[in-house]
Design a protein around this ligand. Structure first.
Ligand SMILES: CC(C)(COP(=O)(O)OP(=O)(O)OC[C@H]1O[C@@H](n2cnc3c(N)ncnc32)[C@H](O)[C@@H]1OP(=O)(O)O)[C@@H](O)C(=O)NCCC(=O)NCCS
Ligand SMILES: CC(=O)OP(=O)(O)O
Length: 328
């Protein structure tokens, strides 16, 4: 079965509430209208009610049954509760006065709705940068016990045969050290399993099994060693060049003893430059659909769209976000 058909079947009965802080963005309104009409989840749009209604009317989107929250019209008592919870969560890093201002930002407001369990997840980033989208989540939602760093994975899928892979970290950690890279690899394997990808994890490099000597390669080798320690049951290998990870005949030549080479399904990039460039090349040259970034390792699901996303990307990432909520 198609991944999204199977995810829809899993989440439909739960009617998760997913908040969209960019409520006046037509791609967001269009996706929310479809998700609502298809009865997959309950969207909450944040923004000025009149503005959202006018854009929806102009584009022909039906908003019946969709909740709109205008932060300016939010009941005072509820906003005060939100401010108090934010101040408590930030533990001395924000005064109530600062919190009042910070929570005017729709990404902070939306993240607090999730934190307060008034929503089950959040999807934003269609117009905001990744930093502005995820910073509230890093500060408020925070990582799960045992996870030090969140990271951003993409499901990459193509064609009718369900050719599907996971790429990470394509969104968050600019230059992870070996320990952080190992954690990204292990968290990526868990994300892959959640989305029906059998994880064979390649730690990518410009070197295969030590064919090049450089600090950058040593970092990847060290990450592979640490990842084996953290999760000995997983198939994780590196350093591997992309061709050795992906192409069986090259794998036979470059890494004949590897359990991952030639069959990798999860591709972990050594740092963010290559990760972000790599997924966009596969998406734009390789005709892969890129769904994400899915933030891994957070206590509650928050997803960050690329500003290059279309309505279909928003629709699918909302489904992924709701599927992550099933784990909570
Ligand atoms: C993600 C990012 C915005 C965080 O940067 P930042 O806001 O400057 O982070 P700070 O160092 O100020 O930390 C802010 C908080 O987030 C936490 N944090 C930062 N990075 C984190 C991570 N990867 N995982 C978990 N928590 C993290 C910090 O511990 C800190 O928490 P605290 O305030 O409770 O102490 C930054 O790493 C970044 O810009 N990454 C690249 C994003 C990008 O442009 N990607 C390409 C497009 S997708
Ligand atoms: C994930 C990503 O690259 O986001 P953006 O295109 O918005 O920078």
């Amino acid at each position: 079965m198609d991944l999204f058909e199977s995810l829809k079947a899993k989440i439909t009965n739960r009617q998760f509430k997913i908040v969209f802080p960019e409520g006046t963005e037509p791609r967001i309104i269009g996706a929310a209208a479809r998700l609502n009409a298809d009865r997959i989840l309950k969207p909450i749009l944040i923004g000025v009610t009149n503005d959202i209604q006018q854009i929806a009317a102009a584009k022909g989107f039906n908003l019946d049954g969709i909740t709109i929250i205008d932060p300016q019209e939010y009941p005072t008592a509820d906003f005060e509760k939100m401010v108090a919870a934010f101040v408590e969560r930030r533990k001395g890093k924000a005064t109530p006065e600062q919190a009042q201002t910070i929570l005017q930002d729709p990404n902070y407001f939306g993240t607090m709705l999730v934190y307060l369990n008034l929503a089950d997840g959040m999807v934003s980033g269609a117009v905001h940068s990744t930093g502005d989208t995820v910073r509230p989540a890093l500060q408020i939602i925070k990582t799960k016990p045992g996870v030090q760093r969140t990271s951003g994975a993409f499901i990459m899928q193509r064609g009718r045969d369900n050719e599907r892979y996971l790429f990470s970290d394509c969104a968050i950690n600019i230059n992870p050290n070996a320990q952080e890279l190992a954690e990204i690899a292990v968290e990526s394997a868990k994300t892959a399993e959640l989305f029906d990808i059998d994880p064979k994890v390649a730690l990518l490099s410009f070197s295969t099994m030590g064919s090049a000597k450089a600090d950058e390669v040593t970092k990847v080798q060290e990450a592979a060693r640490i990842a084996h320690e953290i999760a000995p049951e997983l198939d994780i290998d590196g350093d591997l060049q992309f061709d050795a990870a992906y192409v069986p005949v090259v794998a036979n030549q470059k890494a004949p003893d590897s359990k991952v080479a030639g069959q990798a399904t999860v591709f972990v990039f050594p740092e963010l430059q290559s990760g972000n460039i790599g997924y966009k090349i596969a998406q734009r040259f390789g005709n892969f659909e890129a769904i994400g970034p899915i933030l891994q390792g957070l206590n509650q699901p928050i997803s960050d769209l690329s500003r290059g996303s279309n309505e279909e990307d928003v629709y699918k990432l909302a489904i992924i976000t709701a599927a992550q909520a099933l784990q909570n």
